[in-house]
Design a binder for this molecule. Structure first.
Ligand SMILES: Cc1cc2nc3c(=O)[nH]c(=O)nc-3n(C[C@H](O)[C@H](O)[C@H](O)COP(=O)(O)OP(=O)(O)OC[C@H]3O[C@@H](n4cnc5c(N)ncnc54)[C@H](O)[C@@H]3O)c2cc1C
Length: 438
């Protein structure tokens, strides 16, 4: 089955994701950058951020424009995957499956990797400022992923934010948070472990529900006197609701309590109590997932807007992925303001699409917008291994609303073959191979 066949709809419902993304865009000011006078023989493409989007873009632009000089600027020393990190928390894969080398990715695909943090921009002179010095570019891409928007929940209380970061990290940005959460789960003996789902277009819609299932499964398999309390700021499960609801009800009665409409409004950490609009919940342990936002660097550079989803997202043109007002600065991945799912496959395919746009710009050709593809496979239990999935593309209406387009879901975890075929691991392995090795 090819990609287009796969996304042929079996659902007649088209989910409206928003109406305001494009309406919020400011009118484009005059382009601000100064390009090199003559067309460069070896156009310099600088990609900031080596996540799912940046890696795909760096590889693709080099493939589409072999004469280009592509540089990946990434602050991390190695790649660690968020996808499949939930199964990793429960020992279903090892850390080697999730971690990969930027050096290999760059060597295998003919681009350069600079381990550095981008700190500023001189767009008039096409210079990116980094912790290892200035880097000149002809085309620049920001693929920075997300930061947490704690302020939305803590109302700017920095001490509370610090307590939450140190003691109850969410583990939705890879690294130490994940290692801490894994040890917390290993050390948890009994009681209530609280997870939450934030409001807005947060990173990876199914991940909190998948994590809740696997944690409940862990309690059940080990016959622990423990339950997961899942506090959802939304009024319903945000994706694959049939599959997750049926897993909650049929597999995890007594081990998983799901509470919709439960945004955490106050934290009483001393008494281990969380206050929502209607209730108070006590916890024995907790992993707090705040709302998300585009990184502060973009805000400082004046490159963000507020959308209906989140308070800070990249101010991108929805068709070219160029920052509004700029001709040679692009953005992709979870920073985007469009209502796409903030997920790995979406970021990866968008990276390829934006590479096509850059190649067309370099070659002076026209490029037609293509939708990214969301492939979203979630585990609902470990033993037996059971999975549910969703595949979709997107479309816009005239006002810029984002819609799912050609959505296919398989939420029948009891009878489908996804789990038997380890679809999630197969998908992830294929993308790691593509981003790093082949
Ligand atoms: C628990 C969990 C499970 C998930 N499961 C799935 C799944 O099963 N399927 C799926 O499709 N998606 C999944 N996702 C979502 C997926 O991980 C993200 O959507 C994806 O990583 C987004 O890619 P990105 O390139 O936009 O951002 P990222 O992958 O976060 O990459 C951004 C990169 O930019 C770098 N960076 C940031 N600022 C700077 C700077 N100033 N200078 C230099 N570098 C910088 C960061 O270090 C990072 O490497 C999951 C996420 C989580 C948290």
């Amino acid at each position: 089955m090819n990609r287009r066949d796969m996304i042929k709809t079996t659902l007649s419902t088209v989910l409206a994701l928003s109406t305001a993304g494009m309406a919020n865009e400011k009118k484009s000011p005059e382009p601000k950058q100064t390009k090199r006078k003559s067309k460069p023989k070896h156009p310099r493409v600088v990609v900031v951020g080596g996540g799912w989007s940046g890696l795909s873009l760096a590889k693709s632009v080099k493939a589409f424009v072999p004469e280009s000089e592509v540089t990946l600027v990434e602050k991390r020393y190695e790649f660690m995957s968020c996808p499949v990190s939930n199964p990793w928390l429960f020992d279903m894969v090892d850390l080697e499956f999730l971690t990969h080398s930027y050096i290999e990715a760059a060597n295998n695909h003919g681009y350069d990797y600079v381990q550095a943090t981008a700190t500023g921009l001189d767009s008039k002179n096409n210079i990116l400022k980094t912790t290892v010095g200035d880097i000149e570019y002809d085309y620049l891409v920001f693929a920075l992923g997300i930061e947490y928007d704690y302020d939305k929940s803590t109302k700017g209380d920095k001490d509370l934010e610090h307590q939450l970061r140190m003691h109850y990290p969410g583990a939705f940005i890879p690294g130490s948070e994940h290692l801490t959460l894994k040890r917390k789960i290993e050390n948890f003996k009994e009681g209530t472990f609280v997870l939450n789902v934030p409001s807005g277009n947060y990173r990876c819609l199914p991940a909190p529900y998948e994590r809740a299932c696997l944690l409940a499964d862990h309690f059940k398999q080990n016959k622990m006197k423990a339950k997961v309390l899942l506090l959802d700021a939304n009024n319903e499960i945000t994706i694959k609701p049939q599959g997750f609801h049926s897993a909650f009800d049929k597999l995890y009665k007594g081990y998983l309590q799901y509470e919709p409409n439960s945004e955490i409004l106050k934290f009483d950490l001393k008494n281990k109590t969380l206050i929502t609009e209607f209730d108070e919940f006590t916890f024995d342990d907790f992993a707090f997932y705040p709302s998300v936002r585009a990184p502060k660097l973009l805000e400082e550079l004046g490159l963000t807007i507020k959308t209906v989803y989140n308070r800070f997202e990249a101010n991108l043109d929805h068709y070219t992925n160029k920052f509004v007002g700029y001709d040679n600065i692009y953005g992709c991945g979870d920073i985007r303001p469009m209502g796409f799912s903030k997920s790995g496959n979406t970021a990866y395919t968008e990276g390829e699409n934006v590479a096509r746009q850059i190649a067309a710009d370099i070659q002076g050709k026209k490029h037609n917008w293509e939708s990214p593809v969301t492939v979203c496979i979630s585990l609902v239990s470990k033993k037996p291994h059971r999975e549910i999935s969703l595949v979709s593309q997107y479309k816009y209406d005239k006002k810029g609303a984002t819609f799912f387009n050609g959505t296919f879901t398989d939420e029948a975890w009891k009878t489908n073959d996804l789990g038997k075929n380890r679809a999630l691991f197969t998908w992830a392995k294929a993308l790691y191979d593509n981003m790093f090795y082949i």
